[in-house]
Write a protein that binds this ligand. Structure first.
Ligand code: KG4
Ligand code: ZN
Length: 330
């Protein structure tokens, strides 16, 4: 079964063709990073307009690269939330139009669920029950997954998402945008010598990163930082230590047999290395290109949704605040 995936929830316009949920035939991404860099963050109205310009060429390119004709496409999977409303609308409208015009089935996909399914595009398929840490620009969620489509949220961030914290810390340190890769690179040349406060949120699976970021801000204001690379390394060390130990603790507690890592921050080199090194159970992490936003993960997820008998009608709408699983009371 060949599925065309379409993703436009934030600042990447992406299309991909995936076979049977696991074999990537193409994966095209048009990034708006350079456009938003001058504003220091994503400008929603600019993002929507760029999606409009890029989406048709990106889809055409994905079809050409996959050597696939329209009559071979069995379904279109499209991200319909969470994300920026105007950005989501572009992908969903285009997906609906093509599905209607060509008589192809449509399936709406939750973007976070898509991030998890990036792991099915790797050589080894994940095994249940598993624990997934989703770390992106907008989310830091610990999800217990017992089978396809069955998610329980064990913990989440109470303030900044990990990616958001990386982006803000990079801005504080004058390292530019996007902040995650900038901190990752600067940290390679730095020492972890700054004393930053670690908020463990003990007794819960929740996270909090705003205190670490504020402490860094105060150090900059008080001229206490001599070396930006050391500051980046110390900040990264703090965030990664918390992510790694809380993820392992949650996985042990829920009886997971594997840990999956996904979302843009999963490209972070220290996080990848530390999680694999410290975990007592196997860890699966997609290659960096499948950690950040892409459409192959949406097509992979769409396949498993279709296998479960789920399809969407022409009335499918965008859900900017779409949740994957109910957040625990805490
Ligand atoms: O999943 P993603 O591409 O988009 C969202 O769904 O949010 O994640 C983007 C986030 C940004 O905050 C970016 O700074 C962060 O992922 N990121 C990284 C790295 N690469 C991207 N954070 C830390 N280290 C990286 N190497
Ligand atoms: Zn994402």
């Amino acid at each position: 079964m060949k599925i065309l995936g379409i993703e436009s929830s934030c600042d990447e316009t992406a299309a991909a063709v995936v076979e049977d949920g696991v074999r990537m035939l193409s994966n095209e991404i048009s990034s708006q990073v350079d456009i938003h860099a001058r504003y220091g963050g994503v400008v929603p109205e600019v993002a929507s307009r760029q999606h409009l310009l890029a989406i048709i060429p990106v889809i055409e390119q994905a079809m050409v690269k996959a050597l696939t004709d329209w009559h071979e496409i069995d379904a279109i999977a499209v991200t319909h939330g969470p994300g920026l409303a105007g950005s989501l609308l572009v992908g969903v409208s285009v997906a609906k139009s093509i599905a209607y015009a060509k008589g192809i089935r449509l399936v709406g996909v939750n973007h976070l669920e898509g991030h998890i399914y990036a792991n099915w595009l790797a050589e080894t398929s994940p095994k249940f029950p598993l624990l997934c840490l989703i770390v992106s620009g907008g989310h830091t969620d610990l999800i217990h997954m017992r089978r396809h489509g069955d998610y329980t949220m064990l913990g989440h961030t109470l303030d900044d998402a990990a990616g958001e914290a990386f982006d803000k810390a990079a801005r504080i340190l004058g390292l530019g945008y996007p902040g995650g890769p900038a901190i990752d690179n600067a940290a390679q040349q730095g020492k972890t010598c700054l004393a930053l406060p670690y908020s463990w949120m003990s007794g819960t699976h929740n996270f909090s990163f705003s205190g670490i970021k504020s402490a860094l801000y105060r150090m900059v204001e008080e001229n206490k930082i001599d070396n930006v690379n050391d500051a980046a390394a110390s900040f990264q060390q703090a965030v990664v230590s918390i992510l790694v130990s809380k993820t392992i603790a949650a996985a042990m507690e829920c009886g997971a047999c594997q840990i999956l890592l996904s979302g843009g921050v999963a490209s972070n080199r220290l996080l990848r290395q530390r999680l694999c090194q410290d975990s007592p159970m196997p860890v699966l992490i997609p290659p960096p290109v499948l950690c950040t936003d892409n459409a192959a993960m949406i097509a992979a997820c769409g396949y498993f949704r279709l296998q479960a008998g789920v399809t969407s009608g022409m009335d499918i709408d965008v859900i900017p605040g779409f949740q994957l699983a109910k957040q625990p009371l805490s």
